[in-house]
Design a protein around this ligand. Structure first.
Ligand SMILES: Nc1nc2c(ncn2[C@@H]2O[C@H](COP(=O)(O)OP(=O)(O)OP(=O)(O)O)[C@@H](O)[C@H]2O)c(=O)[nH]1
Ligand SMILES: [Zn+2]
Length: 208
């Protein structure tokens, strides 16, 4: 799948109107017995002996870690408070989330910054991190993660004025393949964050 920045920036709003975004579906369930078998198969496939002492519990631990990742429950993410505030920019930054890249099934982590301008509803502070973790707990692309976080903040707060910046480090780039540490920065700018240079700059200053 090819994602251009134009595609990312245009998603979630059409002609200035908020596009209806469906709430995310509940977390997937893993097939735990199958994961246990696969864990053992994996050890065999790489030439290991699943009966050696150090590996006896490894298929179970491996299955557990997949279950923990896939069946992650973010808790309540949508507590909002009614307010007359319509002119404050709120930013929450430095939220580190871990995810798995969908190409290599290797971890990546991102520092997530979210900004929005409330229009009648403010979102509970802790909910930004809950939302970020919620979408990180699936096989991901960094760009899609940012897009889904923006969609969800927008859906819950009812405003299209949402911005999300992610700075990620991907183990599939740093520990294998090209083996080059580096930071990937991706951004989703919606509404006034996209349309107004000053607002975008203010957001970027506040999160830097
Ligand atoms: N844009 C984007 N690319 C990613 C992300 N995670 C991993 N990738 C990249 O996905 C690409 C997959 O490329 P392929 O050529 O199919 O796979 P590969 O042969 O393992 O590629 P190399 O990593 O270059 O060795 C690589 O360039 C990865 O760095 C992500 O979140 N966003
Ligand atoms: Zn990868």
């Amino acid at each position: 799948m090819t994602l251009s920045m134009d595609h990312i920036r245009s998603n979630g709003h059409t002609n200035g109107h908020l596009k209806k975004v469906e709430p995310p579906s509940s977390p997937q369930k893993v097939d735990y017995p199958r994961l246990l078998e696969l864990g053992r198969e994996l050890l065999l496939a790489i030439g290991e002996d699943p009966e050696r002492e150090g590996l006896l519990e490894t298929p179970r631990r491996w299955a557990d870690s997949w279950r923990e990742f896939i069946e992650y429950d973010p808790g309540t993410t949508d507590t909002v408070f009614e307010t007359s505030t319509a002119d404050q920019m709120v930013t929450v930054s430095g939220m580190r989330v871990s995810s798995l890249c969908e190409h290599h099934l290797l971890p990546f982590w991102c520092d997530v910054a979210i900004g929005y301008i409330a229009d009648g509803k403010v979102l509970g502070l802790s909910k930004f991190a809950r939302i970020a973790h919620q979408f990180a707990h699936q096989l991901q692309l960094q760009e899609r993660l940012g897009q889904q976080i923006a969609d969800e903040v927008s859906r819950i707060t009812g405003t299209e004025n949402v911005a999300v910046v992610l700075k990620g480090e991907h183990l599939c780039m740093t520990t294998r393949g090209i083996r080059t540490p580096g930071t990937m920065t991706s951004s989703v700018m919606r509404g006034v964050f996209r349309d107004e240079y000053e607002t975008r700059m203010e957001f970027l200053r506040l999160i830097s």
